[in-house]
Design a protein around this ligand. Structure first.
Ligand code: PRX
Length: 647
């Protein structure tokens, strides 16, 4: 833990929404009187029917409930659009920056409102009603935000699937939530490479369980010829003929807004379900305060809308706040390593929010591609997705931020809907690598493996002992799995799956996942998913996936594969298995290394000992710990020998 302290710059604090004393006072109030605190905060958005009831939550299994603002009614899209029209109709809502640096577009609130209404009417014309599911499988183009908001406008539940996921992953997500409509594009384009989105949809729709889909709307992005079947229609043709007026549906605060699939330690990805009122209050409040957003800011969160960061801080938080949000279609190193900073200068970005993996990749390219651009518009930097190592933090601060911009290291999860632990930039001094202190209403604690709460400076499992408005409400279609996954390990408390340290100043330092979830380049993957993809290959008998240290990705994917008897381990097969996982899950799941394993270390009851496999992958053979409980300790020796044979 780096104990270097970066004080809040005085000039920043002077203009900030909140200073340290404000944070202390409001935090105390938020945990002492959550009802009163959130009753006040909830008023930041527009309610069609104001709430009288604020918080009704219990994590106790016998009496489990999570409800916020639950007698209120609102419309999320109207909050992101209509209510800005009088004051901000001509203000830019979205700045779209294309993959090709020559392409960009500015969309005002008025234009966005029209496009959303047309899309909402198009969905209605296809029979979509409140509560129906719509899968969005799009590149980072304005239509992605338009489609999300159109669903919100009519009360349909969107499920955005990241464009980098394979046809198989897409099919699983379509079938699980029973979508009736898919919105996709002919192709995506990232870093100059094309992604065959429509073709993936066509393949996905041949999979079992996807016959729920009645219509596919296709946005023309690259203009390539794609087959159009009876169920397919061009997005533009359906939307452009619709009325630009679509009255927002009245939605209960606890009606679902979206489902977003995320990986857990077991089984298939689960459909994390977020509802409307609490989510929007939380996304907009955290957006305003963590990023200290003001009217003239240009806010750029580089995440794809396929992830929760894109939901809360590209679309819902910024638009609910009437801010200008940047949507970036490309990647950090295309056409060159200066792309972020070139775009920052082009659009005069003032707040820039990205992931440690991107920072580490750019760090490797040296300072020149950064220094080449002025970046003088930037006043605040943010980090999200994985622990940021202090070296990367320092580089981000010194090189990108010219040592003048605070950094907010924001810890949160798909399940939490918004940021839970982070500095407020005008209020909380930063320490490189620490997410610092909890946001309002958030009650983190550290417990040991038996669930005992640990006090003071300590290390253990990170839990949350009370609810916050942005919390997920259930796993779509499987409430038992929701309780089982998050509230059983430490009864009565929400288990994050993360480990954390707390220092003498009460600052939190997230140490990473303590379950079987890998965080690869800020993307979440379950070891079980990777293993099940591998064993579905005809030559694989058994597989175990673990994380290994990786310079850029933070964590790399290391898999051990036992072949079916008689199959030969060849380089060609290794390449085939890598491609297989890419095809089954998507490129983000590509194994970094495949080690052949004649056998896997298992306990006598047959459980794979991943702890040992992690140590072998990390080349820490001297720290294997107790292997006496293994069914066959000789397996370990052979794996170590094989591992030592390569660098
Ligand atoms: O392990 C934590 C890590 O990312 C996990 C959540 O992943 P996901 O649901 O995909 O959401 C990512 C974006 C919110 C967490 O359990 N994580 C996220 N942010 C941080 C982090 N770890 C350390 N520091 C962070 N700032």
């Amino acid at each position: 833990m780096s104990q270097k302290i970066y004080k809040v710059p005085e000039d920043f604090a002077a203009l900030a929404h909140l200073r340290n004393a404000d944070y202390q006072r409001l935090y105390q109030e938020s945990v002492r009187d959550p009802q009163g605190f959130w009753a006040r905060m909830g008023r930041r958005i527009d309610w069609i029917q104001p709430y009288n009831k604020v918080k009704d939550t219990s994590f106790d299994e016998r009496d489990f409930r999570i409800r916020w603002f639950y007698d209120g009614k609102l419309n999320v899209a109207a909050n992101c659009l209509d209510r800005h029209l009088t004051k901000r109709g001509d203000k830019t809502a979205i700045i779209w920056e294309g993959d090709d640096p020559k392409l960009s577009e500015r969309i005002t609130y008025r234009e966005l409102h029209e496009r959303v209404c047309q899309c909402a009417n198009a969905l209605k014309s296809l029979g979509v009603k409140k509560g129906d599911r719509v899968t969005i499988y799009l590149p980072m183009i304005p239509e992605a935000a338009v489609a999300m908001l159109a669903c919100a406008r009519i009360g349909a539940i969107h499920s955005v699937v990241f464009g980098g996921f394979s046809a198989d992953s897409l099919a699983g997500r379509i079938a699980d939530c029973g979508s009736s409509v898919i919105i996709t594009a002919d192709e995506g384009i990232r870093g100059g490479k094309r992604i065959a989105l429509k073709s993936n949809v066509d393949i996905a729709l041949t999979a079992p369980g996807t016959d729920c889909v009645k219509h596919v709307l296709v946005v023309k992005r690259t203009g390539i010829r794609v087959p159009m079947y009876a169920r397919d229609q061009w997005f533009d043709e359906v939307a452009s003929t619709q009325s630009k007026d679509c009255p927002p549906e009245t939605i209960d605060a606890e009606d679902p807004l979206f489902i977003l699939y995320t990986s857990g330690s077991t089984g298939r990805p689960k459909g994390v379900l977020h509802t409307s009122g609490g989510y929007l209050v939380y996304a907009s409040l955290t957006h305003e305060l963590v990023f200290d957003v003001r009217e003239d800011d240009v806010f750029w969160c580089t995440a794809d809308v396929g992830w929760v960061t894109g939901h809360s801080y590209v679309v819902y938080g910024p638009l609910a706040n009437g801010a200008t949000t940047v949507m970036f279609e490309g990647v950090p190193n295309y056409p060159d390593a200066g792309r972020f900073w070139q775009s920052v200068d082009k659009h005069k970005v003032t707040i820039f929010y990205t992931a440690p993996t991107a920072i580490r990749a750019l760090m490797r390219e040296g300072e020149e591609p950064v220094k080449h651009w002025s970046r003088k518009s930037i006043r605040l930097l943010g980090s999200v997705g994985e622990p940021i190592n202090p070296e990367a933090w320092e580089w981000y601060h010194r090189v990108v931020g010219d040592s003048r911009c605070p950094i907010v290291d924001t810890w949160w999860q798909t399940e939490t809907g918004g940021i839970l632990i982070s500095p407020l930039p005008g209020a909380i001094d930063q320490k490189p690598g620490s997410a610092t202190l909890p946001f309002f209403g958030v009650k983190p604690a550290i417990v040991d493996n038996e669930g005992q709460t640990l006090e003071g400076a300590t290390e253990g499992n990170l839990i949350l002992s009370d609810s916050w408005p942005g919390q997920m409400r259930t796993v779509f279609g499987d409430h038992a799995r929701f309780i089982e996954t998050y509230f059983k390990t430490f009864p009565g408390r929400y288990f994050t799956g993360d480990g954390a340290k707390r220092d003498e100043d009460g600052y939190y330092w997230i140490t990473g996942r303590v379950d079987d979830v890998l965080n690869v380049a800020g993307h979440r993957l379950g070891t079980a998913e990777i293993e099940s993809a591998l064993v579905s290959h005809s030559k694989v008998a058994e597989a175990a996936a673990v994380g290994c240290p990786h310079d850029i990705k933070g964590t790399g994917i290391y898999v051990y594969v036992t072949l079916i008897a008689g199959e030969q381990p060849t380089e060609a097969l290794r390449a085939e298995l890598r491609d297989w996982v890419r095809k089954e899950i998507g490129p983000i799941a590509t194994p970094d290394f495949i080690q052949w394993a004649p056998g896997l270390p298992k306990t006598r009851s047959g459980k794979i000992m991943r702890r040992i496999l992690r140590k072998i992958a990390a080349n820490e053979h001297d720290q294997l710990g107790d292997i006496s409980t293994l069914a066959d300790p000789a397996v370990v020796e052979s794996l170590v020998r094989e591992r030592m044979n390569r660098p």
